[in-house]
Design a binder for this molecule. Structure first.
Ligand code: SAM
Ligand code: SF4
Length: 328
């Protein structure tokens, strides 16, 4: 089956699936301190429903699946879901985005089930600051998980950091230096005005340009051509084992290479992280529609995928849903 292309000739081969809107942390940039109102259990897609969607998506050319949340590792029996996804013909890559609090505990089970790689969010390398930003997380526990994942070959382990001015941007250089000593991909994500919280302000955003300039002052960095991985652009220090990634939803070197659709935990397809458009797969499935209808809705999501999003029109972006519900 040929890959499916959108109106702007982007190949859509990647489905990002949020399996829960719940989380065991309350990161300041993602959630308000009191948390957010959660969906009821019945409102969340079952594993069977997720597997059905991925089976149909694979027939349309989807090859890569990312499991995210909320915090995906708090949903029970994740190993079963991964093993079932793994057995779907056409699915070549199953990755997971996690805050790492439960990674040490579950990495072995997930690797055995067929997980390919992990992305771990780490926004400070200082124990106290990490606990403050995440409102209660433990940094040593995260690194135990990262080390376990590395040993198990869930690699490259990608470390995602969101620099925020006056909060953790003084650690940009320390994060970049990790790539001089380890094989991690360290990826800097521009702070986005998403989510149901008031923490985002324009002056807290550190642009990719500024991050790159600061990293480049440690030593020159060169682009890595061979890496094609959606919206991230990759660089490295000469001879370094690790890789530097830059993800720029604000300054926009992002949409042209976007290869993904998103599925929210309550079964809505989102053509773009910031689109208002949502296509309700869950209701369709619970009306017992045939696979052809699921395929039609998936194609429709690809068709209406916007060329680019813009924060210029709506600086406060999408306040309807927190990132934890959309899946980041
Ligand atoms: N709980 C998991 C985690 O933290 O990795 C997965 C879900 S989280 C919503 C997915 C990604 O979104 C994380 O890498 C997180 O740093 C990122 N994220 C959340 N809010 C963000 C924001 N306002 N700007 C940029 N990235 C954000
Ligand atoms: Fe939870 Fe991830 Fe959001 Fe942090 S970024 S509150 S870990 S969903």
């Amino acid at each position: 089956m040929d890959a499916i292309r959108d109106t702007y000739d982007r190949v859509i081969d990647y489905l990002r699936i949020s399996i829960t809107d719940r989380c065991n942390l309350r990161c300041v940039y993602c959630m308000p301190s009191q948390g957010v109102r959660h969906l009821r259990h019945a409102g969340i897609l079952s594993y069977e429903e997720i597997i059905r969607i991925v089976r149909v998506a694979a027939l349309l050319g989807v090859r890569k699946v990312r499991i995210t949340g909320g915090e995906p590792l708090i949903r029970r029996n994740l190993g079963y879901l991964i093993a079932d996804l793994r057995s779907i013909p056409g699915i070549e890559d199953i990755s997971l985005t996690t805050n790492g609090q439960l990674l040490d505990k579950y990495a072995d089970e997930l690797a055995a089930a067929g997980l390919t790689r992990v992305n771990v969010s780490v926004d400070s390398l200082q124990n106290d600051r990490y606990a403050e930003i995440t409102r209660g997380g433990s940094l040593p526990v995260v690194f135990a998980g990262i080390q376990r994942a590395t040993l198990l070959g869930l690699t490259p382990v990608k470390i995602n950091m969101v620099p925020m001015r006056g909060i953790n941007d003084d650690e940009i250089e320390a994060f970049a230096r990790l790539t001089l000593e380890t094989r991690y991909d360290v990826r800097f994500i521009e702070f986005m005005p998403a989510g149901a919280n008031d923490f985002w302000t324009a002056d807290r955003v550190v642009s990719t340009q500024e991050i790159m300039e600061r990293v480049g002052r440690i030593a020159p960095i060169d682009p890595i051509k061979r890496r094609k991985d959606g919206p991230a652009r990759y660089y490295s220090f000469a001879g370094a084992p690790g890789v530097l990634g830059f993800i720029s939803p604000i300054s926009h070197h992002f949409c042209g290479s976007c290869n993904r659709l998103r599925l929210t935990s309550d079964g809505k397809l989102r053509p773009c992280l910031f689109s208002e458009t949502e296509i309700d797969l869950k209701s369709a499935m619970r009306r017992h529609v045939p696979d052809e209808e699921i395929a039609r809705l998936l194609r429709l999501a690809v068709e209406v995928k916007p060329q680019a999003h813009s924060f210029a029109d709506r600086p406060d972006a999408d306040k309807r849903r927190p990132m934890s519900a959309i899946g980041g």
